[in-house]
Design a protein around this ligand. Structure first.
Ligand code: SF4
Length: 499
């Protein structure tokens, strides 16, 4: 089987689970699509460009049905939740589709029998639709008391998860959660792995269709996440990145107060775990306890990813996110005071309907003041089914692109200045392998770089070592800085596994 996973790390974990299920069923993975009998494309449909990439990849893989050995082409993921019928109708090479809430049916789609004796590999939460959710509130699944959040129920009453206008979409929202026992093939190497701690999202952000695709917010059991982390570390993983649509809501449905902080506290104590981080924090949920926890443990990376989306109070209000530049600056000040040296990542959307030049300039000024370590800017994508789709005063595509470029130029300057401060610093670097650009360099990351998304550390001098090993940690000295990337010389290592 061949597998292409598109989109975000959350989708990647779904791919790893589907690959695990297929592997347990006897299928063997190949990285050469021309050799695969079964091809799976796990799609993303977050924004226009992601949808286009998904369709292009499906068409590219469809070729292998005539030019290769492929007998089955399966399309999975977010695009399926949204355009199930349309995919089947317009791409006849597609043999089966698998939505985000029915991962186990990858086995049926591939023609592999489900194991008869074993229980479902997922924790399927009861309930779909308000009435059943109320029943689900009282239900037990294993040792886990299920409780959807009141916010989710409230949003559902307001129509947040409604898919009525989506032709061909299943009206059932996904309710599954994977567990520590779900088969999973880790695809991110031996050293680093993601753990998805929650699914779905209850927030009402008007530009976003993810809740409609992924369902209501639901947390994995605390013990299940800890057990998965222990298992991963026992298999050699040293870096764990926690993900979810909003990790800072973790545990609210389990009745946990400061759930993420409590979880981080427990995970930091897993022996052998060198780096622990979480992505996708919601700004108003960065509590004092959470910051204290990050500061307290050496193995929790001093890194915070908090997508702010905008800084103009008017735009944020229309996005149904609230707050604004002043509040965010205070939060950032609080974060930096509690965790000195912390690296901050954020992302913004430019060109949201009604974004005036004044709104944009406010955002620009905010970026100049906040000085983020890492920053992404997305062009607003007018998603059918989102509340913002119905808003007037759309910004012209050309202006949106010009605004994005202007912000990236500003950030380039901020980043260049900030990266210069790194020269001379000694850091721990995770060596990831030879550079894709030239075999004369290796690439690596520090705790201040999350996997895949941030800049890189290029290693051009191995010091006294003849060679480096991918997946090992080294002491290194930063010798040069560029706009986003750093250059380093190895000082010593590899480091012994941490205890
Ligand atoms: S927090 Fe907002 S942007 Fe993020 S997944 Fe939820 S609704 Fe979408």
């Amino acid at each position: 089987m061949g597998f292409v996973s598109l989109g975000c790390p959350k989708n990647l974990v779904d791919s790893e689970v589907m690959m695990g299920l297929l592997d347990r069923g006897g299928a063997r993975l190949t990285s050469r699509p021309e050799e695969a009998e079964i091809l799976v494309v796990n799609t993303c449909s977050f924004i226009d460009t992601a949808k286009q990439e998904s369709v292009d990849t499906i068409l590219e893989m469809a070729r292998f049905k005539t030019e290769g050995r492929a007998k089955k082409l399966i399309v999975a993921g977010c695009l399926v939740e949204r355009y199930r019928d349309e995919i089947r109708r317009s791409i006849p090479e597609v043999d089966a589709v698998v939505g985000t809430g029915e991962l186990e049916s990858i086995l049926d789609a591939a023609g592999i029998a489900r194991p008869v004796t074993s229980p479902s590999p997922f924790n399927i939460l009861p309930g779909n639709g308000l009435a059943e959710v109320r029943e689900g509130r009282e239900a037990e699944s294993g040792t886990h008391k299920i409780d959807f959040r009141a916010e989710g129920d409230h949003r559902e009453r307001q129509g947040r998860f409604n898919r009525d206008g989506w032709r061909g979409a299943s009206h059932l929202l996904p309710t599954y959660l994977y567990t520590e026992d779900t088969p999973r093939l880790i695809s991110t190497g031996r050293t680093s792995a993601y753990i998805k701690i929650a699914e779905g999202c209850d927030h009402p952000c008007t530009f976003c269709v993810i809740p409609n695709l992924r369902g209501k917010f639901r947390s994995r059991r605390f013990e299940s996440v800890v057990a998965e982390a222990q298992k991963l570390v026992a298999s050699g993983v040293q870096e764990i990145t926690l993900i979810g649509q909003d990790t800072t809501c973790y545990g609210e449905d389990l009745g946990l107060k400061d759930g993420l902080a409590t979880l981080l506290d427990a995970l930091a104590q897993v022996e052998g775990l060198r780096w622990l981080r979480f992505l996708y924090a919601y700004p108003n949920r960065i509590t004092g306890k959470l910051l204290e926890t990050i500061a307290k443990h050496d193995n929790i990376c001093k890194y915070l990813d908090v997508p702010l989306q905008h800084a103009s109070p008017d735009v944020l209000k229309r996005m149904k996110r609230g707050a604004g530049a002043d509040i965010f600056l205070k939060t950032i000040e609080k974060v930096r005071a509690a965790v000195p040296g912390i690296a901050l990542r954020t992302s913004f959307i430019v060109g949201f309907p009604g974004e005036s030049l004044r709104d944009f300039e406010l955002l620009e000024q905010f970026i100049g003041e906040a000085r983020f370590d890492w920053l992404g800017v997305f062009n607003y994508s007018d998603e059918e089914g989102s509340k913002a789709h119905g808003l007037d005063s759309k910004v012209a595509k050309r202006s949106i692109e010009a605004r994005r470029r202007r912000l990236m130029k500003l950030q380039q300057k901020i980043s260049r200045e900030a990266k210069q401060q790194w020269v001379g610093r000694q850091v721990v670097v995770l060596a990831e392998g030879e550079s894709e650009e030239t075999e004369l360099l290796w690439e690596g990351r520090t705790e201040f770089h999350a996997p895949e998304i941030d800049g890189k550390v290029f290693i051009n001098d191995f010091g006294n070592l003849e060679k480096l090993e991918a997946g090992k940690f080294y002491h290194a000295k930063i010798t040069e800085a560029h706009d986003y990337d750093l250059v380093a010389r190895i000082v010593s290592g590899p480091l012994a596994p941490s205890r």
